[in-house]
Write a protein that binds this ligand. Sequence first.
Ligand code: NAD
Length: 255
Amino acid sequence: MTGRVEGRVAVVTGGCSGIGLASVHRLAAEGAHVVIGDVDDARGPEVATAVNGTYRRTDVTDPDDVSALFATAKQAYGSVDIAFNNAGISPPEDDSILTTDLAAWRRVQEVNLTSVYLCCKAALPYMLEQERGSIINTASFVAVMGAATSQISYSASKGGVLSMSRELGVQFARQGVRVNALCPGPVNTPLLRELFASDPERAARRLVHVPLGRFAEPSEIANAVLFLASDESSFITANTFLVDGGISGAYVTPL
Ligand code: NAD
């Protein structure tokens, strides 16, 4: 039996940790050639070797780095079929609008939103030429509902990722390119652990709202990435793809 993305070429940003890392493994296990773009030079080469893929140091806020990443995929493996634009940050200095300064706001917008613009802009010409492609942009459940524990720039950046993905999905649907926004609920990754380590009360506050009563594991998000990347999701585009343990559906949660 062949894999679900056999022979496809997948670019994954933020592939050295958390959701990206789990997705690198899942896509490779199902037959994809994976090209990882990240700033983590300590882990990148070993992550790539483990899946027989390629690591290229890429700061997703840098247009030249991003173009070179997608060019590397094309040169190494002959196409660009899947773009999982996933790198993102959630720094503690991004908090209430009352205390978040302009520098913190801008940094989060650059890494979380401008990066997705750059990655889509770089991936699309390859996909349009092939008349085939699946772009998956990581947004978040906070793109569709307000969080009581505010991270103002993060939430705004994810709202931007969601609207941009929807618009691109509509624009390029008839040219064979699907674009979806993946909206995870809270996931047990370094990003979330770092945010909550200093504040267990904050973590507990978030868990109260999850009907499933726990955070997701990265592999559960990677399963959704694989589905959106593969032809199994061929009628899904411009979608708000929530993988959130029921958060967005709940008014109250069971005790
Ligand atoms: P993570 O911190 O575990 O991994 C993020 C990866 O991105 C790291 O490997 C890091 O080196 C890389 N990265 C950071 N800045 C970069 C840059 N400028 N250029 C290239 N790479 C960069 O995070 P995660 O939890 O796996 O999050 C991945 C995505 O999922 C992010 O977009 C995040 O906002 C989103 N998300 C996470 C959660 C959660 O609860 N963890 C929930 C919803 C959405």
